[in-house]
Design a protein around this ligand. Sequence first.
Ligand code: DOR
Ligand code: ZN
Length: 361
Amino acid sequence: MNAAPQPTPSITTLAPTSAPTSLTLTRPDDWHLHVRDGAAMAAVVPHTARQFGRAIIMPNLRPPVTSAAQAVAYGERIKACVPAGVTFTPLMTLYLTDNTPPEEIARAKAAGVVALKLYPAGATTNSDAGVTDIRKTYATLEAMQRAGLPLLVHCEVTDPSVDIFDREAVFIDEVMRPLRRDLPELKVVFEHITTQDAAQYVAQADAFTAATITAHHLLYNRNAIFTGGLRPHYYCLPVLKREVHRAALVKAATSGSPKFFLGTDSAPHAAHLKEHAAACAGCYTALSAMELYAQAFENAGALDKLEGFASFFGADFYGLARNPGTLTLKREAWTLPESVAFGDAQLKPLEGGATLNWKVV
Ligand code: DOR
Ligand code: ZN
């Protein structure tokens, strides 16, 4: 029998009376985003384009984006979904496999591809073509190091005997430390960190290592998945962790360290596949991304640190110019839609139906 319905986990705290009523930032970028393809993509790209100047586009399509030519074609399809009058640039990535030829790196660089993504095979959505053993990719990683192309890493081991809540911490010792030792000048982004272990590891690493942090990992701990029933919209990978880890991520994001920057990992799945016996992993946050980050920074009393995290540090790490223009958020209560069209299906944003305190204007 189900427990009585309970409110969704709350993200808001009361703003102090001296709190700012508006916030203007250099236009931010999203350094980790999934937009899918086809009609689903057409539904979600405008949400991101409205808030961000650029976004790093994840290559985990079916089949994955493994060549420079595919990345260029995918980038053109994304640009065709950007509403008229909106300036938004998708930054394209390749999906690293055991067989990515080192020669593809020069082609990628020439085509404007900005990074390669390493999914350990079987770690997450559409990762079955991923890397089975990182040592198989070393010739390609060496070419990336020479070309200055960053490696973006989904940092979880896939050994089913390792507890799912420990897979990120184990990855640091088993994969990340050897990788940093063997390729010290390869730029590496530890994507969507979820643990205190990862935050400490990245904070202590040299300037070739950085990390992205999602809004949902700043706002929720793993209780959110189990509050008043099983809540699949809070299920993503790497999965939400204990409160001590959430607190460590907030500390890292609001520290002012340029090693930590914004990456939503907004990952749309049709509602019927989220509300399913085997729910897909991924939280859809693009519709209210900056509102959620603003709330997380405000909860920590650190709104003054949001601009560096959202608008400066990612561009600096990738060696790209910061965006021209600004984005303004106002303190204004509004209700996030419960659901939006997603091709032939529906898409339920995280916190859909909730009242948010900040609004992008
Ligand atoms: O929750 C996730 N969703 N984590 C990932 O690594 C992939 C993503 C997706 O593509 O849905
Ligand atoms: Zn992702």
